[in-house]
Design a protein around this ligand. Structure first.
Ligand code: PA5
Length: 451
């Protein structure tokens, strides 16, 4: 059960002392028990707990075959989905594959360009994406558990039409891969009628916990990342999370420390990275914690920063602004690539003292300097050390964040596996769009908008 990720809490102790952590330990252990025994609210959405070892092997093989077909017949793969039906795949692909994936030559990338849509309602975005595809060969993976999410349905309708115009209905249907509910919903019905290959979003896995199902795995495999290793990393984490007692578990301590800090009045956790490749890991994490904890007037607001970029924008606020936050940094111990600073004849920029040093050494000094400065400014810091960014580590990170989220949510006293608040804006939008069945709300909302 070798682990590639560990947590360091040294720089939280000035606010979350050992005694504070000890005091919350019974609640954390009870929350873990509730989660593992499936006795809490939302217990019909716990399929993700055993997913790394208990998944549909036949479907897993079909995912690999579909990915190979997409790689062989498509220059571009469009991934249509939003929220939990999109962020995990993008997080893994952007972490694991080339930092300039769509821009490098096919010789380097080897796999199709990948673009994401159905995650906004921008007509500009959609029409410019049509231009990017041009007359090149493309396939679509449309991902929607409900099959009725507006953003996703709008984009799918347009790109389905584009595929059918280009290839004819029969060939288009061989280029559409639908990941949806196994039996219900508009997308499943359409897939049955049109003969699309379908993959399943399991009933007992919610969107934000679905990255290790076909939702994430098909696009990740199509990108050329190794999904066997990704699952292995998650399986290693699962064993760790289930077996380790509180004293030996970084994951339970993460849940404990963030709850202690929250009880002390810190309402925001800022996840920071020092590797641009991790930007979408942060976006995925924001949804995971935001939708899981933010309800019943409770929760820690999950924010994200990309350092060192944001040290030049939000750094000032984090250091000296309103003190309502703590930070969690992901430190990649061994970067994928190294760059060594060279000596220059004339030292006009004064950087010759760094000759022979790596850029990563400078990055680590920036990170450590930031941690110390923010701690001096009263901002507690949790550091997550990730050995390197590879499939094993990313699979482990996904699972450890998910497990800590479940434990943390139950500790906080919420159901971490529902998202009732997401529906509110949708009802208003449907009323304003004039969707049949929403007539009563329409007049009232239009009056409020002064229309
Ligand atoms: O986590 C969630 O449940 C949401 O973010 C959903 O994944 C998102 O709203 C997309 O829903 P669907 O997959 O039904 O299109």
């Amino acid at each position: 059960m070798s682990q590639k990720i560990s947590f360091n809490f040294d720089n939280t102790k000035f606010m979350a002392s050992d005694a504070d952590v000890k005091a919350i330990q019974p609640k954390i252990e009870a929350a873990k028990k509730t989660l593992v025994e499936g006795t809490g609210e939302g217990n019909d959405f716990l399929g993700w707990v055993d997913l790394p070892v208990n998944y549909d092997k036949e479907e897993f093989d079909r995912i690999k075959k579909a990915a190979a077909k997409i790689q062989s017949d498509s220059d571009v793969l469009l991934v249509i989905g939003i929220g939990g039906s999109y962020l995990g795949a993008r997080a893994a692909i952007e972490a694991l594959r080339h930092g300039f994936y769509n821009m490098v030559s096919k010789e380097i990338r080897k796999t199709p360009e990948i673009y994401y849509c159905g995650n906004n309602l921008s007509s500009t975005y959609i029409s410019e994406l049509v231009q990017v595809i041009g007359d090149r060969d493309f396939s679509v993976n449309v991902i929607s558990k409900s099959g009725t999410t507006t953003e996703c349905s709008v984009a799918f309708r347009l790109f389905k039409e584009m595929l059918e115009k280009k290839y004819g209905k029969a060939e288009a249907s061989k280029r559409i891969y639908a990941t949806t509910d196994k039996a219900r919903g508009a997308l499943k019905t359409l897939s049955n009628e049109e003969g699309y290959e379908t993959f399943v979003v399991p009933d007992d896995v919610g969107g934000r916990f679905s990255v290790l199902t076909a939702v994430g795995l098909l696009p990740i495999a199509a990108s050329g990342a190794d999904i066997d290793k990704l699952m292995q990393g998650a399986a290693n984490a699962r064993e760790y999370c289930l077996e380790k007692s509180f004293d030996d578990s970084d994951v339970l301590k993460y849940a404990a420390v963030r709850n202690v800090l929250h009880q002390k009045g810190l309402g925001m956790e800022i996840l920071g990275n020092f590797e641009p490749a991790l930007h979408f890991i942060t976006e995925w994490w924001k949804q995971l914690y935001g939708e899981s904890e933010g309800k019943d007037g409770k929760g820690i607001f999950p924010a994200g920063v990309d350092f060192t970029t944001d040290l030049h924008s939000l750094g000032q606020f984090i250091q000296e602004g309103t003190k309502n936050h703590f930070e969690t940094f992901i430190n990649v111990v061994n970067p994928r690539a190294e760059v060594v600073m060279q000596k220059e004849e004339t030292d006009l920029d004064g950087l010759n003292y760094l000759a022979g040093r790596t850029v990563d050494f400078i990055n680590k000094c920036a990170m450590n300097g930031t941690i110390l400065a923010h701690v001096d400014g009263g901002v507690p810091n949790i550091r997550i050390d990730m050995d390197t960014i590879d499939e094993l580590a990313v699979g482990e990170l996904f699972y450890k964040f998910e497990f800590a989220c479940g434990v943390s949510g139950y500790t906080l006293g919420v159901n971490p596996f529902n998202q009732p608040g997401v529906e509110s804006y949708k009802k208003n939008m449907f009323a304003l769009l004039g969707k049949p069945g929403f007539e009563e709300m329409t007049a009232e909302l239009k009056a409020r908008l002064g229309e």
